[in-house]
Design a protein around this ligand. Structure first.
Ligand code: MLT
Length: 269
């Protein structure tokens, strides 16, 4: 996996498809790695010929270690912009699932002019409630004590639609293994950073790029009502629900998810 030096910090990234042209940058969720995008990115890049770039955020995989102090959405957005600079990319389509969406909002605050299309999957504009912030801190402390298993127990049951959780052991195992691959300090740092993220609701009306919103119809972490609220506020947004899917809609129905993204990318050409 290639590694870029961003302000002296290693950020690893995967590339799919051609290495020229306006790319789509896909940002991963918490507490996962860029590999969560593999299925979608392979089809978009290797089959459909779109340029796709997937960073591992700081502390993840071969990227430089980070945490356990807060790793903020602003810092992550800065790294993604730094990666784009490193690759000589001026404008790009930006996509993020869940935490990836929170980071996309932070990136829009830093450099909205560089984003020519936006994909918000299973995410929300709001900040954490006080109770949510306490849960993040509790999770950070438990992961630092007990390791990633604490995050597996807290997160994986909420990732999927109930039927997926019961019947798709392969996806449950995949999420479990991916979380076990993330350093405890990183999980703690990202959790603390998520607790600090600002409310992005006011930002939504200022988004100028065409926007695709995707949401699993059974997403309990960032439910369809959140997706609909974003659609109602973003001027040029379309919402596509993924039936029978939960929070990990790109894993639960990769065909529907990828088809929606591909058709959106086509509309931007
Ligand atoms: C994610 O999938 O990135 C997380 O579930 C986001 C969150 O905990 O808010």
């Amino acid at each position: 996996m290639p590694v870029a030096q961003i302000d002296g910090r290693a950020i690893a990234y995967a590339q799919f498809g051609p290495t020229q042209g306006v790319p789509v940058l896909l940002i991963h969720g918490f507490p996962l790695s860029g590999a969560m995008w593999d299925d979608v990115a392979r089809v978009l890049g290797d089959v459909l010929g779109y340029r796709v770039i997937v960073p591992n955020l700081r502390g993840v995989g071969e990227s430089a270690a980070a945490g356990p102090t807060a790793i903020t959405v602003e810092e992550n957005a800065h790294d993604v912009l730094g990666l784009a600079d490193h690759l000589g990319i001026d404008r790009f389509v930006l996509g993020g699932l869940s935490m990836g969406g929170y980071i996309a909002f932070a990136l829009l605050r830093q450099a909205q002019g560089r984003v020519v299309g936006l994909i918000l999957a299973d995410t929300r504009a709001g900040a954490d409630s006080d109770a949510g912030k306490e849960r993040r801190e509790d999770l950070a402390n438990r992961v630092l004590t007990d390791g990633p298993a604490a995050a597996v127990g807290a997160m994986v049951p909420t990732f999927f639609a109930p039927a997926t959780y019961q019947q798709r052991q392969d996806l449950v195992d995949r999420a479990t293994a991916m979380i076990h691959g993330i350093a405890p300090a990183t999980i703690a740092g990202l959790a603390r950073g998520l607790a600090l993220r600002p409310d992005s609701t006011e930002l939504l009306a200022t988004i100028t790029s065409p926007t695709l919103i995707l949401c699993g119809s059974e997403d309990s972490l960032t439910p369809p009502a959140e997706a609909e609220a974003m659609r109602a506020r973003i001027p040029n947004a379309r919402l596509i629900m993924i039936p029978h899917a939960g929070h990990m809609s790109n894993w639960e129905d990769p065909v529907a998810f990828t088809a929606a993204v591909a058709s959106f990318l086509e509309s931007l050409r």
